[in-house]
Design a protein around this ligand. Structure first.
Ligand code: SAH
Length: 212
């Protein structure tokens, strides 16, 4: 149920769905997705579906994680900023494909679990903080890549400012049922935007969540 063979089957499906970057596929085959999910749901970890991770949030479906990772890798980013750590699965996938990843989560209750998983998997190039991702992470900017795993009606301006020339932002834009996955490339002349496909993410909220 949680074996290498189950992961390999997931990767087979990702190939059929159009994921072609071998580094991304190898990474998806090696990171155990089930440890990012509550034990009661772990048997569903390798289905191509989003699953609840607590606090009203979800882990994105494997296809979307693979697609966003593939889009990100096209600009060969060394330093990546992620907004929306959640359970840490997307972070863990990217950590094996870049030098350093900075990740921000606004819900305090989700961070300890994510950090424990990074430690258990021996990942030492992940730097995380509890904050409002709308602000980006100025002290570590500029980033070669920025990935946002929650949907905002507009692209937060701080993120635009913190992207290096030659860098790329991958993010869902919109709200509710009306969201599209977008890619923004920063060139010396300005910005280039492409729309990938309709998606459904939880909303990007501003501020940090009240602690319960
Ligand atoms: N990549 C995560 C996706 C989690 S869902 C995973 O694979 O588990 C999106 C996450 O974005 C949630 O954890 C939510 O709390 C977080 N989030 C929402 N608004 C945010 C903000 N302004 N700053 C940082 N994180 C935010």
């Amino acid at each position: 149920m949680t074996s290498q063979r189950t992961r390999d089957r997931m990767v087979g499906r990702l190939r059929k769905q159009g994921i072609s970057n071998e580094r991304v596929l190898a990474r998806m085959a090696s990171v155990p997705r089930h440890i990012f999910i509550d034990e009661a749901l772990a048997h569903r970890a390798y289905e191509d579906t989003a699953l609840p991770i607590g606090q009203g949030q979800t882990i994105s479906q494997p296809f979307i994680v693979a697609l966003m990772t593939q889009l990100m890798l096209q600009v060969q980013p060394r330093r990546i900023l992620e907004i929306g750590t959640g359970c840490g699965y997307q972070t863990a996938i990217l950590a094996g494909l870049c030098d350093k990843i900075f990740t921000i989560e606004r819900v305090g209750a989700l961070m300890p679990g994510a950090r424990e998983r990074f430690a258990a998997l021996g990942m030492r190039n992940i730097i995380s903080q509890l904050a409002d991702g709308y602000e980006g992470w100025e002290v570590h900017a500029p980033f070669d890549g920025i990935i946002v795993t929650a949907a905002a009606p507009r692209i937060p301006s701080a993120l635009l400012a913190q992207l290096a020339v030659g860098g790329r932002i991958v993010l869902p834009v919109g709200s509710g049922d009306e969201q599209e996955l977008k890619v923004l490339d920063r060139t010396a002349e300005g910005w280039q935007e492409t729309t990938q496909e309709p998606v459904r993410f939880v909303p990007l909220r501003s501020g940090t969540a009240p602690q319960t």
